[in-house]
Write a protein that binds this ligand. Structure first.
Ligand code: TXA
Ligand code: MG
Length: 353
């Protein structure tokens, strides 16, 4: 299949929206920018479109999709039994990087929800995204627009890399401002539950809801999946990623020693580090993600850096990034999964090889 590429703002927005919207109405797939990550959109009310999404991504079909809407009024067309606190969250944080889960209405096919009686809904902030959803009929099911298992796409070029030839069209717009997928809150229970950490923090949610059930965000393999998607291998770069833990100095010295040990070996080494520390490291590839106190910058550059490691054929990646805030927790959640939960204690100085 030849994938049409619509580049904004080079091509006229109105015309792009009209064409892209029609593709969705005809049952096809279009990738589009949002403030979190790029989405791979299909008609949420058409079960065939959901099947195509799973196929294009190479994703298991029991993993439910988020339905994207363009205005709050459309929520009740797909969701019911919305609790007070659910309305409060929607009104406060939409449009924005928050996904809410409610009981679904019959209008939503089980194919879209992976067989669940609940539905995940998000009203994105990105204006191109909202205009596209409207042009597409109002209900766009969209997972992140990456091949299953690869880092989520934060730039149009990431989507082109993964999905060219597999979907009808890609709208190339702005880079994702946030760069981590939305926070997910389950609102189908008496007490809200955090299913995926993101830019909207647990503190911000609690301010409105009082309560919030929060599991450990450093989910490990033994724990059952909360959002079904959490059980799949995610974000993984091709190289082996190790998260180094300890005090700042211990981490630096551990990475330096490991790098020395590996110097004579053929493996290519990469380091995910803070901008301040980049000059300290010598390696095949040092990727500074941002300054230690600029977690928004780190969040926005993380997935691009993981993809860059792949492009540079890096075999072993050390990360010195640690959490300092709730956004830091969301970053670490992605890093833990990308690393397949491999951590190294810098203090023990255990040799890796
Ligand atoms: O920021 C985002 O949320 C992006 C953009 C495109 O909006 N989308 C995204 O979709 O990250 P995806 O499919 O990669 O992740 C959706 C997550 C999965 O872990 C899925 O299991 C969970 O949401 N999910 C969807 N519907 C659910 C439901 N009814 N109950 C529990 N979890 C659900
Ligand atoms: Mg995803």
């Amino acid at each position: 299949m030849e994938t049409k590429i619509y580049s904004l703002p080079k091509e006229g927005l109105e015309e792009v929206l009209q064409k892209a919207g029609q593709i969705i109405k005809d049952g096809g797939l279009v990738a589009f920018p949002t403030e979190t990550v790029y989405g791979l959109g299909g008609d949420a009310l058409n079960p065939l479109a959901a099947s195509k999404i799973y196929e294009a991504k190479g994703r298991p079909s029991d993993n439910p999709l988020i339905i994207h809407i363009s205005e709050l009024n459309d929520l009740e067309r797909i969701a019911c039994d919305i609790p007070e606190y659910g309305w409060a969250l929607a009104k406060k944080f939409w449009p924005g990087p928050l996904t809410l889960i409610f009981q679904k209405k019959d209008s939503v096919p089980l194919k879209t929800t992976g067989g669940l009686e609940t539905v995940a809904v998000r009203l994105p902030e990105n204006e191109v995204a909202r205009a596209f959803i409207k042009a597409a009929g109002g209900f766009v099911a969209a997972p992140s627009a990456n091949l299953s298992g690869r880092p989520s796409p934060t730039k149009g070029s990431h989507v082109v890399e993964d999905l060219s030839g597999r979907i009808e069209a890609i709208i190339l717009g702005d880079d994702a401002r946030i760069g981590l997928e939305s926070t997910i809150v389950d609102c189908s229970l008496d007490i809200p539950a955090l299913l995926r950490p993101g830019f909207i923090s647990p503190e911000q949610i609690r301010e409105l809801t009082g309560d919030l059930i929060e599991g450990s965000i450093h989910i490990n393999e033994d724990e059952g999946p909360k959002a079904p998607g959490m059980k799949y291998k995610h974000y993984a770069p091709k190289g082996e990623l190790y998260l180094v833990e300890g005090s700042g100095e211990e981490i630096i010295s551990y990475i330096q020693r490991s790098w020395q040990d590996l110097k004579e070996k053929p493996q290519r080494i990469g380091i995910l580090c803070y901008e301040e520390n980049a000059p300290i490291y010598e390696s095949h590839l040092t990727l500074p993600l941002g300054k230690e106190n600029e977690e928004k910058v780190i969040a926005a550059s993380l997935f691009d850096a993981l993809r860059r490691m792949d492009r540079e054929s890096i075999d072993i990646i050390f990360s010195e990034i640690t959490a300092h805030s709730s956004l830091g927790d969301a970053i670490m959640n992605r890093l833990y999964k990308a690393a397949g939960f491999k951590r190294l204690k810098a203090k023990e100085g255990r040799k890796l090889f």
